[in-house]
Design a protein around this ligand. Structure first.
Ligand SMILES: [Ca+2]
Length: 143
């Protein structure tokens, strides 16, 4: 009988301990994930404005492992193109990225760009960044 009481107390203590762990708030180390600007350019000298430059700010607090990023571009037609990559955060935690998407602009109209970051079980995604190639269409550079 005494042993049963001990087991009951042990189970209650275990449940309280697990509940405390489960309810503890975890704070994401991904402090900032932001698309600052999206620009249509001729980055590869191909004489066509069909390259997309995406400027991104990532700020990671206390992290030393690699951060996995997924960039998604949704085309005016609804087509989707995705690329994934990893970055090693700078010692300060603040990293500025200039992503050059060569020959990715292939349709006139509004594009949407998002960036998703995953770090040690934490996941953050930017709001969709709308982007309309200058003049509403792609074409020869210098006009
Ligand atoms: Ca190009």
């Amino acid at each position: 009988m005494r042993r049963r009481g001990f087991l009951l107390v042990a189970l209650v203590l275990l449940a309280v301990a697990l509940g405390g762990v489960a309810s503890a708030e975890r704070t994401s180390p991904i402090r900032t994930l932001r698309i600052d600007e999206v620009t249509l350019l001729d980055l590869d000298g191909g004489t066509w404005l069909n390259d997309i430059l995406v400027n991104v700010t990532v700020e990671l607090q206390g992290g030393k492992d690699s951060l996995e990023l997924t960039l998604t571009v949704t085309y005016p037609s609804g087509a989707v193109r995705v690329t994934e990559f990893e970055i090693k955060p700078s010692p300060s935690g603040l990293t500025l990225l200039n992503l050059k998407l060569l020959n990715w602009a292939t349709e006139p109209g509004w594009y949407t760009v998002t960036i998703e970051a995953a770090y040690n079980g934490y996941d953050t995604i930017t709001d969709p960044f709308p982007f309309d190639p200058e003049g509403g269409s792609i074409g020869p550079s210098g006009i």
